[in-house]
Design a protein around this ligand. Structure first.
Ligand code: NAD
Length: 490
């Protein structure tokens, strides 16, 4: 693999390149050849990432020196890597996304019927997935012998910039509609905030149609009738699942590229992995990385080269020159390898597709903004209670009796729940009792609120009463509205 070669020409755009593992080096070589032939003005710096770095004992799969290159260029074209099996290795993608603040994952998915098989001839959907928050914080705990938790943390600034980027993207690429998927009928605070921000930010884009779907039925509709969707903004986990589904129903996950966008940095890659079984055989389809490189060219303002490259690629698909994964007897014309596919694209530079819609990236098209000012809402926050999670092997009535004793001055036991289901004072005998009990103490007069000292004293009493607490969650109101959920069945 080439070593780090410093950018030489000042007029060229600096790009950090990583060849990755498995099929990575082959698809990267083919992509770089096409980029050069298309007239892209790039000053490449090569860094090493992935398997070899992991196996040298670097748990995050990227060398400290690689960050220097990324800081210089701010643009990363990355081939897939292989994460070695076994524990201790951290996901390189998650590390890079978080370290560089790449908060939005953009995945355009198109179908190329009749040249690539798909049930949907007019699929053209762009998934804009939140990339840093939600359950991907990876904050997990084993709370007791039989209970495990993963925290879903979503912030207003994190959501606002993602949603805003989605609308800016729609405006830049003249898309007509932005859809939002959440599960806010269940997660009223986290997904509810995402939905609310979508409505608020969306109001600033009156020319764009807006709609919200509950993610389960929305996903079903998207898989069945993708033509009803245009741009989709979505929290991290749902977006992870949805973007693979949409890429697959478009024809193949091997054809999609993605952009990871931050306020200062951006990373571009194919959506597939390193396909180790196909490595070193000149078999892999470089199209995902090639289309990621097109997104990169648009990002750095080299629109002419992007348009040439994208149209030549569409023409090559139309010509029936296909790698093994999309080759169909009777439909494709020639089965080619990675290198030959790249050469065919180069041969088509300057041509446009005849049946598929040619792309047009005019100079008048501006890139979506990715850096936005944020001002937090001004709200009065008041501490009104605490959820104390306790382990208790006995009867609920005995737990309630013990906790009613410890209720300190100004605070009283209000309810007990198990896994979000009320078990005291209302409950059903059939409810499975597993893991810690969520014991809610509320201020006797919510308008006065509580001091942090009152909470500490309360916990002291719980401990003195011989009850084992495993965690606490403070309960606040914001402008008088409860900032916590109520248990089911309460
Ligand atoms: P994969 O995407 O590598 O392969 C899945 C299937 O698709 C395989 O049958 C493969 O042969 C085929 N395929 C994938 N890309 C292709 C291409 N360009 N051309 C032709 N066929 C292609 O997924 P996997 O097998 O689950 O993962 C393999 C490795 O890749 C794992 O180590 C995983 O951690 C890693 N991975 C890396 C990234 C990344 O770096 N961004 C993403 C996903 C998986």
């Amino acid at each position: 693999m080439p070593g780090v070669s410093r950018a030489k020409a000042m007029s060229k755009a600096g790009v950090t390149v990583a060849y990755g593992d498995g099929i990575g080096p082959e698809i990267m070589s083919a992509t770089l050849e096409v980029l050069e032939a298309a007239g892209a003005e790039l000053a490449l710096e090569t860094i090493e990432i992935g398997r070899s770095v992991y196996l040298r004992g670097n748990a995050s799969g990227i060398e400290p020196t690689a960050w220097e290159s990324l800081r210089r260029t701010k643009v990363f074209l990355k081939a897939p890597i292989t994460t070695p099996q076994g524990g201790g290795y951290k996901s390189l993608n998650v590390t890079v996304r978080k370290a560089l603040g790449l908060y939005a994952n953009i995945r355009p998915c198109l179908s190329y019927v009749p040249f690539v098989e798909s049930k949907h001839s007019d699929l053209d959907v762009v998934i804009v997935r939140e990339n840093e928050e939600d359950l991907y914080g990876g904050i997990e705990h084993r709370q007791s012998v039989d209970s495990f938790q993963c925290l879903k943390i979503m912030t207003r600034p994190g959501t606002e910039r993602l949603v805003r980027y989605g609308f800016e993207y729609a405006r830049s690429y003249r898309r007509k509609k932005v859809s939002c998927f959440t599960k806010d009928n269940i997660m009223k605070l986290t997904d509810g905030m995402f939905h609310k921000v979508f409505e608020e930010v969306g109001a600033e884009y009156p020319e764009i149609e807006k709609e919200h779907w509950i993610v389960d039925i929305g996903a079903a509709k998207l898989a069945d009738t993708p033509q009803a969707f245009d741009v989709v903004v979505v929290p991290n986990l749902y977006g992870d699942i949805l973007s693979d589904i949409v890429a697959q129903i478009a024809g193949s996950v091997g054809l999609a590229g993605s952009a990871n966008i931050g306020a200062q940095y951006a990373m571009f890659e194919a959506i597939h992995g390193s396909a180790p079984r196909r490595a070193g055989q000149n078999l892999a389809n470089p199209s995902g990385l090639l289309l990621a490189a097109v997104q990169m060219l648009l990002h750095i303002g080299q629109r002419e080269a992007a348009e040439r490259m994208h149209n030549a690629w569409l023409r090559t698909l139309e010509d029936g020159i296909h790698t093994y994964d999309i080759f169909r007897d009777g439909k494709s014309r020639q089965k080619v390898g990675t290198k030959e596919f790249g050469q065919a694209v180069i041969g088509n530079l300057g041509k446009t597709p005849r049946t598929l819609k040619p792309v047009r990236y005019g100079e008048e098209m501006r890139n979506p903004r990715s850096s936005f000012p944020y001002s937090p809402p001004e709200e009065r926050k008041l501490l009104v209670g605490v959820d104390v999670f306790v382990e208790f092997p006995g009867r609920i009535e005995d737990l309630a009796a013990a906790l009613r004793e410890v209720g300190g001055e100004g605070v009283a036991l209000e309810s007990i729940a198990n896994r979000g289901m009320s078990v005291w004072p209302f409950g059903l005998g059939e409810t499975l009792l597993a893991g810690p009990f969520q014991c809610r103490f509320l201020a006797k007069d919510a308008s006065l609120g509580l001091s942090q000292r009152a909470i500490v004293d309360l916990l002291g009493s719980v401990e003195a009463g011989g009850i084992e607490f495993t965690k606490t969650e403070l309960l606040y109101t914001f402008n008088g509205t409860e900032g916590f959920s109520r248990s089911q069945g309460a």
